[in-house]
Design a binder for this molecule. Structure first.
Ligand SMILES: Cc1ncc(COP(=O)(O)O)c(C=O)c1O
Length: 444
Protein backbone atom coordinates (compact mmCIF):
# COMPACT_ATOMS: atom_id res chain seq x y z
CA UNK A 1 0.00 0.00 0.00
CA UNK A 2 1.25 3.48 -0.85
CA UNK A 3 1.61 5.26 2.54
CA UNK A 4 -0.51 8.27 1.68
CA UNK A 5 -2.09 9.66 -1.42
CA UNK A 6 -0.15 12.89 -0.88
CA UNK A 7 3.12 12.82 -2.73
CA UNK A 8 5.48 15.16 -0.82
CA UNK A 9 7.01 16.54 -4.01
CA UNK A 10 3.59 17.82 -5.13
CA UNK A 11 2.97 19.81 -1.93
CA UNK A 12 3.95 23.41 -1.30
CA UNK A 13 4.36 22.72 2.41
CA UNK A 14 5.46 19.83 4.64
CA UNK A 15 2.73 17.22 5.19
CA UNK A 16 2.37 18.05 8.91
CA UNK A 17 1.87 21.81 8.38
CA UNK A 18 -0.99 23.40 10.36
CA UNK A 19 -1.99 26.64 12.04
CA UNK A 20 -2.46 26.70 15.84
CA UNK A 21 -4.87 28.64 18.07
CA UNK A 22 -2.41 31.56 18.26
CA UNK A 23 -2.56 31.89 14.48
CA UNK A 24 1.02 30.59 14.17
CA UNK A 25 2.39 28.18 11.60
CA UNK A 26 3.20 24.74 13.01
CA UNK A 27 5.31 22.00 11.45
CA UNK A 28 5.62 18.55 13.00
CA UNK A 29 3.38 19.77 15.82
CA UNK A 30 5.89 22.52 16.75
CA UNK A 31 5.12 26.24 16.68
CA UNK A 32 7.55 27.74 14.15
CA UNK A 33 7.58 31.08 16.00
CA UNK A 34 8.59 29.31 19.22
CA UNK A 35 11.28 27.32 17.39
CA UNK A 36 12.68 30.54 15.95
CA UNK A 37 12.76 32.11 19.44
CA UNK A 38 14.37 29.05 21.00
CA UNK A 39 16.95 28.14 18.36
CA UNK A 40 17.47 31.49 16.62
CA UNK A 41 17.16 32.32 12.94
CA UNK A 42 17.79 31.52 10.15
CA UNK A 43 16.66 28.04 11.15
CA UNK A 44 16.15 24.98 8.95
CA UNK A 45 13.14 23.02 10.27
CA UNK A 46 12.87 19.45 8.95
CA UNK A 47 9.56 17.60 9.12
CA UNK A 48 10.37 13.94 9.77
CA UNK A 49 6.98 12.79 8.52
CA UNK A 50 7.44 14.34 5.10
CA UNK A 51 10.96 12.98 4.74
CA UNK A 52 9.97 9.46 5.76
CA UNK A 53 6.87 9.53 3.56
CA UNK A 54 8.85 10.50 0.47
CA UNK A 55 11.38 7.72 1.07
CA UNK A 56 8.67 5.15 1.73
CA UNK A 57 6.77 6.18 -1.38
CA UNK A 58 9.82 5.51 -3.56
CA UNK A 59 10.37 2.10 -1.97
CA UNK A 60 6.69 1.13 -2.06
CA UNK A 61 6.15 2.27 -5.63
CA UNK A 62 9.18 0.28 -6.81
CA UNK A 63 7.84 -2.81 -5.05
CA UNK A 64 4.36 -2.29 -6.43
CA UNK A 65 5.21 -1.53 -10.05
CA UNK A 66 8.44 -3.39 -10.67
CA UNK A 67 8.34 -7.20 -10.51
CA UNK A 68 12.15 -7.52 -10.46
CA UNK A 69 14.43 -6.45 -7.62
CA UNK A 70 14.89 -2.74 -7.00
CA UNK A 71 16.61 -0.18 -4.81
CA UNK A 72 15.96 3.52 -4.33
CA UNK A 73 19.09 5.51 -3.46
CA UNK A 74 19.13 8.99 -1.91
CA UNK A 75 21.36 11.43 -3.82
CA UNK A 76 22.87 12.88 -0.66
CA UNK A 77 24.32 15.90 -2.44
CA UNK A 78 20.81 17.36 -1.94
CA UNK A 79 21.47 17.38 1.83
CA UNK A 80 24.29 15.33 3.26
CA UNK A 81 23.81 15.20 7.03
CA UNK A 82 23.87 12.37 9.58
CA UNK A 83 20.21 12.59 10.63
CA UNK A 84 18.93 12.78 7.06
CA UNK A 85 21.05 9.84 5.89
CA UNK A 86 19.89 7.80 8.91
CA UNK A 87 16.17 8.50 8.35
CA UNK A 88 16.36 7.89 4.63
CA UNK A 89 18.25 4.64 5.17
CA UNK A 90 15.72 3.51 7.79
CA UNK A 91 13.04 4.12 5.16
CA UNK A 92 14.73 1.47 3.00
CA UNK A 93 16.96 3.58 0.74
CA UNK A 94 20.63 3.36 -0.11
CA UNK A 95 22.80 6.49 -0.43
CA UNK A 96 24.62 8.04 -3.39
CA UNK A 97 27.70 10.08 -2.52
CA UNK A 98 30.13 12.16 -4.59
CA UNK A 99 33.01 12.85 -2.22
CA UNK A 100 34.93 11.42 0.72
CA UNK A 101 32.96 13.80 2.96
CA UNK A 102 29.57 12.56 1.77
CA UNK A 103 30.80 8.97 2.02
CA UNK A 104 31.99 9.46 5.58
CA UNK A 105 28.65 11.05 6.48
CA UNK A 106 26.69 8.10 5.09
CA UNK A 107 28.93 5.54 6.83
CA UNK A 108 28.76 7.40 10.16
CA UNK A 109 24.98 7.52 9.81
CA UNK A 110 25.02 3.72 9.87
CA UNK A 111 24.63 3.04 6.16
CA UNK A 112 26.65 -0.05 5.12
CA UNK A 113 29.05 0.30 2.20
CA UNK A 114 27.03 -2.27 0.28
CA UNK A 115 24.14 0.26 0.12
CA UNK A 116 26.31 3.17 -1.07
CA UNK A 117 27.15 4.29 -4.64
CA UNK A 118 30.09 6.65 -5.25
CA UNK A 119 29.70 9.13 -8.12
CA UNK A 120 31.78 12.07 -9.32
CA UNK A 121 33.61 13.26 -12.40
CA UNK A 122 36.97 13.75 -10.66
CA UNK A 123 37.43 11.26 -7.86
CA UNK A 124 40.80 11.41 -6.16
CA UNK A 125 42.98 8.36 -5.64
CA UNK A 126 42.25 8.61 -1.90
CA UNK A 127 38.49 8.73 -2.53
CA UNK A 128 38.53 5.68 -4.80
CA UNK A 129 40.65 3.81 -2.24
CA UNK A 130 38.27 4.82 0.60
CA UNK A 131 35.29 3.67 -1.47
CA UNK A 132 36.84 0.29 -2.32
CA UNK A 133 37.85 -0.34 1.30
CA UNK A 134 34.31 0.53 2.41
CA UNK A 135 32.73 -1.98 0.00
CA UNK A 136 31.00 0.82 -1.91
CA UNK A 137 29.97 0.54 -5.58
CA UNK A 138 32.03 3.03 -7.59
CA UNK A 139 30.32 4.62 -10.58
CA UNK A 140 33.02 4.99 -13.24
CA UNK A 141 32.55 8.34 -14.93
CA UNK A 142 35.61 8.38 -17.23
CA UNK A 143 38.77 6.49 -18.19
CA UNK A 144 40.70 7.96 -15.26
CA UNK A 145 38.25 6.33 -12.86
CA UNK A 146 38.78 2.98 -14.56
CA UNK A 147 42.57 3.40 -14.37
CA UNK A 148 42.35 4.27 -10.67
CA UNK A 149 40.02 1.37 -9.95
CA UNK A 150 42.34 -1.05 -11.75
CA UNK A 151 45.34 0.26 -9.79
CA UNK A 152 43.64 0.13 -6.40
CA UNK A 153 41.42 -2.95 -6.51
CA UNK A 154 44.30 -5.31 -5.86
CA UNK A 155 43.62 -7.04 -2.55
CA UNK A 156 39.90 -6.42 -2.68
CA UNK A 157 37.80 -6.51 -5.88
CA UNK A 158 35.79 -3.36 -6.59
CA UNK A 159 32.11 -3.24 -7.45
CA UNK A 160 31.78 -0.94 -10.48
CA UNK A 161 28.94 0.68 -12.37
CA UNK A 162 29.39 2.70 -15.58
CA UNK A 163 27.87 6.14 -16.15
CA UNK A 164 26.79 7.00 -19.68
CA UNK A 165 25.43 10.24 -21.13
CA UNK A 166 22.41 8.90 -23.00
CA UNK A 167 21.94 11.88 -25.33
CA UNK A 168 18.80 13.11 -23.59
CA UNK A 169 19.07 16.66 -22.35
CA UNK A 170 16.47 17.93 -19.92
CA UNK A 171 15.31 21.29 -18.75
CA UNK A 172 12.41 21.72 -16.40
CA UNK A 173 9.70 21.76 -19.00
CA UNK A 174 11.23 20.33 -22.13
CA UNK A 175 13.91 17.99 -23.32
CA UNK A 176 15.89 17.19 -26.43
CA UNK A 177 17.56 14.08 -27.72
CA UNK A 178 21.03 14.53 -29.14
CA UNK A 179 23.64 12.13 -30.45
CA UNK A 180 26.28 13.53 -28.11
CA UNK A 181 25.97 15.54 -24.97
CA UNK A 182 28.45 18.24 -24.12
CA UNK A 183 28.70 17.13 -20.49
CA UNK A 184 31.54 16.65 -18.07
CA UNK A 185 29.75 13.60 -16.67
CA UNK A 186 29.83 10.04 -17.95
CA UNK A 187 30.97 8.23 -21.06
CA UNK A 188 29.81 9.08 -24.55
CA UNK A 189 27.80 6.09 -25.85
CA UNK A 190 30.35 5.76 -28.68
CA UNK A 191 32.99 4.86 -26.10
CA UNK A 192 30.87 2.38 -24.22
CA UNK A 193 31.83 -0.75 -26.12
CA UNK A 194 35.53 -0.05 -25.46
CA UNK A 195 34.78 0.67 -21.81
CA UNK A 196 32.84 -2.55 -21.31
CA UNK A 197 35.51 -4.55 -23.16
CA UNK A 198 38.21 -3.13 -20.89
CA UNK A 199 36.10 -3.91 -17.81
CA UNK A 200 35.42 -7.45 -19.05
CA UNK A 201 39.20 -7.92 -19.08
CA UNK A 202 39.68 -6.54 -15.56
CA UNK A 203 39.15 -9.51 -13.21
CA UNK A 204 39.31 -7.35 -10.06
CA UNK A 205 36.54 -5.08 -11.27
CA UNK A 206 33.09 -6.57 -10.81
CA UNK A 207 31.03 -4.56 -13.28
CA UNK A 208 27.40 -4.61 -12.15
CA UNK A 209 25.53 -2.26 -14.47
CA UNK A 210 24.84 1.05 -16.13
CA UNK A 211 23.86 4.48 -14.84
CA UNK A 212 22.50 7.67 -16.38
CA UNK A 213 21.26 10.93 -14.84
CA UNK A 214 19.63 13.31 -17.29
CA UNK A 215 18.87 16.42 -15.25
CA UNK A 216 16.99 17.84 -12.31
CA UNK A 217 13.60 19.44 -11.50
CA UNK A 218 12.05 17.57 -14.45
CA UNK A 219 8.26 17.59 -14.80
CA UNK A 220 7.87 15.22 -17.75
CA UNK A 221 7.90 11.43 -17.60
CA UNK A 222 8.93 10.75 -21.20
CA UNK A 223 12.63 11.70 -20.88
CA UNK A 224 13.17 9.03 -18.23
CA UNK A 225 11.15 6.50 -20.23
CA UNK A 226 13.40 7.22 -23.23
CA UNK A 227 16.48 6.85 -21.03
CA UNK A 228 15.36 3.39 -19.95
CA UNK A 229 15.18 2.35 -23.62
CA UNK A 230 18.69 3.68 -24.31
CA UNK A 231 20.19 1.87 -21.31
CA UNK A 232 18.44 -1.45 -21.88
CA UNK A 233 20.12 -1.89 -25.28
CA UNK A 234 23.51 -2.24 -23.57
CA UNK A 235 22.65 -5.13 -21.26
CA UNK A 236 22.83 -7.97 -23.84
CA UNK A 237 26.02 -6.40 -25.28
CA UNK A 238 27.69 -6.26 -21.86
CA UNK A 239 26.66 -9.78 -21.01
CA UNK A 240 27.91 -11.04 -24.39
CA UNK A 241 31.32 -9.57 -23.51
CA UNK A 242 31.42 -11.85 -20.47
CA UNK A 243 30.27 -9.35 -17.84
CA UNK A 244 28.21 -11.97 -16.03
CA UNK A 245 27.25 -9.71 -13.07
CA UNK A 246 25.98 -6.89 -15.31
CA UNK A 247 22.45 -6.64 -13.93
CA UNK A 248 21.75 -3.15 -12.46
CA UNK A 249 20.05 -0.33 -14.33
CA UNK A 250 20.26 3.00 -12.52
CA UNK A 251 18.01 5.69 -13.99
CA UNK A 252 19.38 8.53 -11.82
CA UNK A 253 17.24 11.18 -10.14
CA UNK A 254 15.55 14.26 -11.49
CA UNK A 255 11.88 14.25 -10.46
CA UNK A 256 10.77 17.84 -9.90
CA UNK A 257 8.98 19.36 -6.93
CA UNK A 258 6.41 22.08 -6.39
CA UNK A 259 8.14 25.28 -5.30
CA UNK A 260 5.30 27.61 -6.30
CA UNK A 261 1.57 27.28 -6.97
CA UNK A 262 2.13 27.02 -10.73
CA UNK A 263 4.57 24.08 -10.52
CA UNK A 264 2.86 20.79 -11.35
CA UNK A 265 5.26 17.82 -11.11
CA UNK A 266 4.13 14.20 -11.39
CA UNK A 267 3.88 12.26 -8.13
CA UNK A 268 6.65 9.97 -6.89
CA UNK A 269 4.35 7.04 -7.60
CA UNK A 270 3.65 8.15 -11.20
CA UNK A 271 7.35 8.70 -11.88
CA UNK A 272 8.39 5.30 -10.53
CA UNK A 273 5.52 3.62 -12.32
CA UNK A 274 6.43 5.13 -15.70
CA UNK A 275 10.05 3.98 -15.35
CA UNK A 276 9.15 0.54 -14.06
CA UNK A 277 6.63 -0.06 -16.83
CA UNK A 278 9.06 1.18 -19.47
CA UNK A 279 11.70 -1.24 -18.23
CA UNK A 280 9.31 -4.19 -18.05
CA UNK A 281 8.11 -3.59 -21.60
CA UNK A 282 11.64 -3.04 -22.94
CA UNK A 283 12.69 -6.34 -21.37
CA UNK A 284 9.67 -8.12 -22.85
CA UNK A 285 10.50 -6.66 -26.27
CA UNK A 286 14.13 -7.70 -26.18
CA UNK A 287 13.86 -10.93 -24.18
CA UNK A 288 16.16 -9.51 -21.47
CA UNK A 289 15.64 -10.86 -17.95
CA UNK A 290 14.54 -8.03 -15.62
CA UNK A 291 17.62 -6.23 -14.27
CA UNK A 292 17.69 -4.71 -10.80
CA UNK A 293 16.13 -1.24 -11.11
CA UNK A 294 17.75 1.62 -9.19
CA UNK A 295 16.77 5.27 -9.00
CA UNK A 296 18.55 8.14 -7.30
CA UNK A 297 16.20 10.90 -6.13
CA UNK A 298 17.62 13.88 -4.29
CA UNK A 299 15.39 16.94 -4.49
CA UNK A 300 12.05 15.09 -4.45
CA UNK A 301 13.06 13.29 -1.24
CA UNK A 302 14.17 16.19 0.93
CA UNK A 303 13.05 19.52 -0.55
CA UNK A 304 9.47 19.68 0.76
CA UNK A 305 10.42 18.31 4.19
CA UNK A 306 12.24 21.51 5.19
CA UNK A 307 11.22 25.11 5.79
CA UNK A 308 13.55 27.97 6.69
CA UNK A 309 12.50 30.46 9.36
CA UNK A 310 13.99 33.97 9.24
CA UNK A 311 13.51 37.15 11.25
CA UNK A 312 12.50 40.30 9.43
CA UNK A 313 14.80 43.26 10.09
CA UNK A 314 15.05 46.39 7.96
CA UNK A 315 12.44 47.40 5.41
CA UNK A 316 12.83 49.92 2.61
CA UNK A 317 10.28 51.34 0.20
CA UNK A 318 11.37 52.69 -3.18
CA UNK A 319 8.33 54.89 -3.93
CA UNK A 320 6.38 53.69 -6.95
CA UNK A 321 8.72 50.72 -7.41
CA UNK A 322 8.69 48.20 -4.54
CA UNK A 323 9.11 47.54 -0.86
CA UNK A 324 12.05 45.47 0.33
CA UNK A 325 11.89 43.54 3.60
CA UNK A 326 15.23 42.10 4.71
CA UNK A 327 15.85 38.81 6.48
CA UNK A 328 18.77 37.74 8.65
CA UNK A 329 20.06 35.23 6.09
CA UNK A 330 19.90 35.02 2.31
CA UNK A 331 22.21 33.64 -0.34
CA UNK A 332 24.47 32.04 2.27
CA UNK A 333 21.73 29.70 3.52
CA UNK A 334 19.84 29.53 0.20
CA UNK A 335 22.04 30.18 -2.86
CA UNK A 336 19.45 28.87 -5.35
CA UNK A 337 17.63 32.15 -6.13
CA UNK A 338 20.84 34.04 -6.95
CA UNK A 339 22.37 31.05 -8.74
CA UNK A 340 19.45 29.75 -10.78
CA UNK A 341 16.72 32.39 -10.39
CA UNK A 342 14.86 29.77 -8.32
CA UNK A 343 11.42 30.72 -7.00
CA UNK A 344 9.93 29.88 -3.60
CA UNK A 345 6.74 30.29 -1.54
CA UNK A 346 6.60 31.83 1.92
CA UNK A 347 4.32 32.91 4.77
CA UNK A 348 4.60 35.07 7.87
CA UNK A 349 4.57 32.36 10.55
CA UNK A 350 3.24 34.65 13.30
CA UNK A 351 0.47 36.13 11.10
CA UNK A 352 -1.12 33.10 9.49
CA UNK A 353 -4.64 34.46 9.94
CA UNK A 354 -3.94 37.85 8.40
CA UNK A 355 -4.71 38.39 4.74
CA UNK A 356 -1.83 38.57 2.31
CA UNK A 357 -2.51 42.17 1.35
CA UNK A 358 0.95 43.58 0.73
CA UNK A 359 3.37 42.82 -2.06
CA UNK A 360 7.00 42.83 -0.95
CA UNK A 361 10.39 41.63 -2.08
CA UNK A 362 12.34 39.62 0.47
CA UNK A 363 16.02 40.49 0.39
CA UNK A 364 18.90 38.75 2.14
CA UNK A 365 21.53 40.60 4.17
CA UNK A 366 24.49 39.95 1.88
CA UNK A 367 26.45 42.55 -0.04
CA UNK A 368 25.07 41.52 -3.44
CA UNK A 369 22.18 43.30 -5.15
CA UNK A 370 21.05 39.90 -6.44
CA UNK A 371 20.70 38.54 -2.92
CA UNK A 372 16.91 38.42 -3.13
CA UNK A 373 15.05 35.33 -1.88
CA UNK A 374 11.54 36.12 -3.12
CA UNK A 375 10.49 38.79 -5.57
CA UNK A 376 7.10 40.58 -5.40
CA UNK A 377 5.36 38.11 -3.12
CA UNK A 378 1.97 38.76 -1.44
CA UNK A 379 2.28 38.49 2.34
CA UNK A 380 0.60 39.68 5.53
CA UNK A 381 1.95 43.18 6.33
CA UNK A 382 5.49 42.80 7.63
CA UNK A 383 7.12 44.41 10.64
CA UNK A 384 10.54 44.10 12.23
CA UNK A 385 10.68 40.90 14.30
CA UNK A 386 8.16 38.96 12.19
CA UNK A 387 9.02 35.34 11.41
CA UNK A 388 9.14 34.85 7.66
CA UNK A 389 9.09 31.18 6.72
CA UNK A 390 10.14 29.95 3.31
CA UNK A 391 8.92 26.53 2.13
CA UNK A 392 10.64 23.69 0.22
CA UNK A 393 14.17 24.55 1.31
CA UNK A 394 15.42 21.01 1.98
CA UNK A 395 17.28 20.38 -1.27
CA UNK A 396 20.53 22.07 -2.29
CA UNK A 397 20.11 24.83 0.34
CA UNK A 398 22.01 23.71 3.43
CA UNK A 399 24.27 21.55 1.27
CA UNK A 400 25.27 24.60 -0.78
CA UNK A 401 25.35 27.01 2.19
CA UNK A 402 28.39 29.23 2.62
CA UNK A 403 29.90 31.71 5.06
CA UNK A 404 29.78 34.56 2.55
CA UNK A 405 30.22 37.88 4.35
CA UNK A 406 31.27 35.75 7.31
CA UNK A 407 27.76 34.86 8.29
CA UNK A 408 27.45 31.82 10.51
CA UNK A 409 25.58 28.93 8.92
CA UNK A 410 22.14 28.12 10.40
CA UNK A 411 21.12 25.36 12.77
CA UNK A 412 18.69 22.62 11.74
CA UNK A 413 16.02 20.99 13.92
CA UNK A 414 14.10 17.81 13.21
CA UNK A 415 10.43 18.05 14.20
CA UNK A 416 7.98 15.22 14.86
CA UNK A 417 4.97 14.80 17.15
CA UNK A 418 5.47 18.18 18.80
CA UNK A 419 9.15 17.54 19.63
CA UNK A 420 12.11 19.37 18.13
CA UNK A 421 15.64 17.92 18.17
CA UNK A 422 18.79 19.69 17.03
CA UNK A 423 20.37 17.82 14.11
CA UNK A 424 22.81 20.54 13.03
CA UNK A 425 24.34 23.02 15.46
CA UNK A 426 24.45 26.70 14.59
CA UNK A 427 27.94 27.95 13.84
CA UNK A 428 29.37 30.47 16.28
CA UNK A 429 31.51 33.49 15.48
CA UNK A 430 34.48 31.57 16.89
CA UNK A 431 33.78 28.75 14.43
CA UNK A 432 34.32 31.24 11.63
CA UNK A 433 37.89 31.84 12.78
CA UNK A 434 38.66 28.19 13.50
CA UNK A 435 40.86 27.69 10.44
CA UNK A 436 42.31 31.19 10.07
CA UNK A 437 46.00 31.48 10.93
CA UNK A 438 47.60 34.83 11.71
CA UNK A 439 51.38 34.57 11.15
CA UNK A 440 53.49 35.95 14.02
CA UNK A 441 54.96 38.67 11.80
CA UNK A 442 51.49 40.07 11.07
CA UNK A 443 50.48 40.37 14.70
CA UNK A 444 50.40 43.89 16.05
C1 LIG B 1 24.28 11.47 -10.57
C2 LIG B 1 23.12 12.13 -9.92
N1 LIG B 1 22.17 11.36 -9.38
C3 LIG B 1 21.10 11.90 -8.76
C4 LIG B 1 20.95 13.28 -8.65
C5 LIG B 1 19.75 13.82 -7.94
O1 LIG B 1 18.95 14.59 -8.75
P1 LIG B 1 17.62 15.24 -8.17
O2 LIG B 1 17.98 16.00 -6.97
O3 LIG B 1 17.14 16.10 -9.29
O4 LIG B 1 16.68 14.11 -7.89
C6 LIG B 1 21.91 14.11 -9.23
C7 LIG B 1 21.77 15.58 -9.14
O5 LIG B 1 22.47 16.36 -9.68
C8 LIG B 1 23.04 13.52 -9.88
O6 LIG B 1 23.99 14.26 -10.41
Amino acid sequence: MITTSLSPNQQLQPLSTAVNAKGHLTVGGCDVVDLAAQYGTPLYIIDEKTLRTAGEQYVEALTRYYPGSSQAIFASKAWSMLAICAIVHQSGLGIDVVSAGELLTALKAGVPGSSIYFHGNNKSREEVDFAIRSGVTVVADNWTDIDLLSELAIDQPARVMVRVTPGIECHTHDYIRTGHLDSKFGFDPNQLLDVLTRLANSPNLRTVGLHAHIGSQIFELQPHVDTVDVLVEWFPKAQALGLSEFNELNIGGGLGIRYTESDDPPSIEAWVRAIAEALVSACQRTGLPLPKLLCEPGRSLVATACVTAYTIGATKTVPGVRTYACVDGGMSDNPRPITYGAKYSAVVANKMQETRRETVTIAGKHCESGDVLLRDIALAPLERGDCLTVFSTGAYNCSMASNYNRLTRPAAVLVADGEATIVLKRESLDDLLRFDCLPERLKS
